[in-house]
Ligand binder design. Structure first.
Ligand code: IMP
Length: 206
């Protein structure tokens, strides 16, 4: 089956396809047709979940089947949860990953307590109706200087202590095995796989 994905972020799409290609090869992930010309909805939610649900419901009206959208970002304890839902535009509209990383380092200058987590919520909808929402979290620590060139966004500053490396220093497979998006996506794929293959008991009416 095909799941339609409402993201224009190439880093996210790569990660989604990598995760589905593993244990769920029967599920294909395609961008929502014509995604680039669909006016994006305003992301006005105050939580990742609100934004993911709103995007999934909105984009599912433009897709021929079940559609998922994710909202994700970095939550830093010492900054009261910032950048949070503003992660993509932390340094302002049109900010690049570098701009956002520089601002994060500035805001954390001189602060020793640098615990942080990435959060991803993936919502699934069809024909404008919400079907489910799945959350994944990965805990880490913000370094004082970037390390590594893989991944995207805040990965070069995000140390994942069990690896002793940032998420920009690990392979895409290593990142996905532990990341917020990997966890949320696996929960989504397991849910969809269960829905599309009813148990023998269910088929027998039991
Ligand atoms: P969204 O597209 O509104 O979900 O914004 C997500 C933003 O959060 C991205 O643009 C990145 O800045 C940040 N982000 C989310 N997931 C990751 C990740 O896996 N690595 C690094 N940054 C991330």
């Amino acid at each position: 089956m095909t799941l339609y994905c409402a993201t224009t972020n190439p880093g996210k799409l790569r990660e989604f396809r990598l995760a589905a290609g593993g244990s769920h090869a029967a599920i294909r992930i395609e961008p929502v047709p014509g995604l680039n010309v669909i006016p994006p909805p305003a992301e006005t939610g105050r939580t990742f979940r609100e934004n993911a649900v709103a995007k999934a419901i909105y984009y599912s009206r433009f897709a021929p089947g079940a559609t998922f959208a994710d909202d994700s970002g970095l939550v830093v304890d010492a900054l009261g949860g910032a950048p949070g839902v503003d992660s993509a535009h932390y340094a302002g509209p049109g900010a690049t990953d570098d701009d956002n990383n520089q601002l994060l380092l500035e805001r954390l200058r001189g602060i020793e307590e640098r615990a942080a987590r990435f959060v991803s919520v993936i919502a699934l909808a069809e024909d404008g109706r919400l079907i489910g929402a799945f959350e994944g979290v990965v805990e880490g620590w913000i370094l004082e200087a970037p390390r590594g060139s893989n991944g995207f966004g805040y990965d070069p500053l995000f140390l994942y202590p069990p690896y002793g490396r940032t998420l920009a220093e690990v392979s895409p497979e290593e990142k996905l095995a532990v990341s917020h998006r990997g966890k949320a996506l696996r929960a989504l794929l397991e849910f969809v796989a269960r829905l599309s293959s009813p148990s023998p008991g269910a088929r027998n009416g039991g």
